[in-house]
Design a protein around this ligand. Structure first.
Ligand code: NAP
Length: 300
């Protein structure tokens, strides 16, 4: 049978991705820092491990999906981390969105113990994770990408090997520049429509099929209209990705004026206590600036 897979990080994305691995028939082990989040997958057939090290010792391929760069470092290289259990010849596939330069450093560190690493960040939101239709941008050696392909195909639909180690994370940041600028455009458009007294539902219907249509508009527009701020992708993580974008741009010495502005707006939303709301709540920053409230909560 196929390779044994261990999955670290059962958050919004990781739990759904791990579930798709189970459905595809992989023998699956799981570990999550907050143990309660592993229970459901345990009942569905996954083996729940005691630590990342124990999980890695029982796996051929370890998939990681945690929040930020220091978190990947902790579950991989910290005390009781996966590196303590990884055998030579095993593979780490990091699906978190983290620093490209740190990713390269982690891959070099693992290579010292004969372990390969791919960066395989994902896009497509919680919906894409649940449906197994994520876009996955992969950096690393071609033979390891081929090896990981059955695993990646169980979680995603578009899997593109974009270059060597770190390139997957760089492309993911390209993706995030597109996402945040699109979110900003949607926010300004809805604020303008609201201030102009337009019917937001009809406005959305009228524009989403034309040149202005986008994934952001179709998926998050209705949520904005209903003031439904439940996260597909949390503001805290969006702020993190913008920070990674601006750090990488700084390393390259290029200006990104629009992304820098949007970073400040997400920062202000965190300060106001909205960090765990969805990234479409960006419009709340514009509402604070304008005094205009958009849409209507359900029941109103
Ligand atoms: P989430 O729901 O907040 O889950 C985060 C996961 O990481 C949880 O399992 C959490 O464990 C774990 N974690 C965080 N810090 C840790 C640490 N120091 N040690 C051990 N475990 C740690 O976030 P998510 O939305 O699933 O996002 C996960 C990754 O996918 C992020 O890099 C994000 O940028 C990326 N991503 C998310 C989306 C999306 O739409 N949500 C889309 C594309 C990419 P606990 O349960 O113990 O907190």
């Amino acid at each position: 049978m196929g390779e044994k897979v261990g999955f670290i990080g059962l958050g919004i994305m990781g739990a759904a991705m791990a579930r798709n691995l189970l459905k595809a028939g992989f023998e699956l082990g799981v570990w999550n820092r907050t143990a309660a989040k592993a229970e459901a997958l345990g009942q569905e057939g996954a083996t729940v491990a005691e630590s990342p090290a124990a999980l890695a010792a029982a796996s051929d391929v370890v998939v990681i999906c945690v929040s930020d760069t220091p978190d990947v470092e902790e579950v991989l290289l910290g005390a009781g981390g996966a590196a303590e259990g990884l055998r030579p010849g095993s593979l780490v596939v990091d699906c978190s969105t983290i620093s490209p330069s740190q990713t390269r450093a982690f891959a070099v560190r693992l290579a010292e113990q004969g372990v390969s690493m791919l960066d395989a960040p994902v896009s497509g939101g919680s919906e894409g994770a649940a449906r197994g239709t994520l876009s996955i941008m992969v950096g690393g050696e071609a033979d390891q990408v081929e090896r990981a392909m059955p695993i990646l195909e169980a979680m995603g639909k578009s899997i593109i090997h974009v270059g060597p180690s770190g390139a997957g994370q760089m492309v993911k940041l390209v993706n995030q520049i597109l996402v945040v600028n699109s979110m900003m455009a949607v926010g300004e458009a809805f604020l303008f429509a609201q201030a102009g007294g337009l019917d937001l539902e009809k406005t959305l219907q009228a524009v989403e099929g034309g040149a202005a249509g986008s994934w952001t508009l179709t998926n998050r527009g209705p949520q904005i209209i209903h003031r439904d701020w439940r996260p597909g992708f949390m503001i805290d993580l969006q702020e993190k990705d913008l920070r990674l974008i601006l750090q990488a741009a700084d390393e390259m010495g290029i200006p990104l004026p629009a992304s820098a502005l949007i970073f400040q707006l997400y920062r202000s939303l965190q300060t106001l206590g909205y960090g765990r709301e969805g990234n479409h709540a960006l419009i709340k920053a514009l509402e604070h600036l304008s005094g205009v409230e958009t849409g209507h909560a359900d029941g109103e």
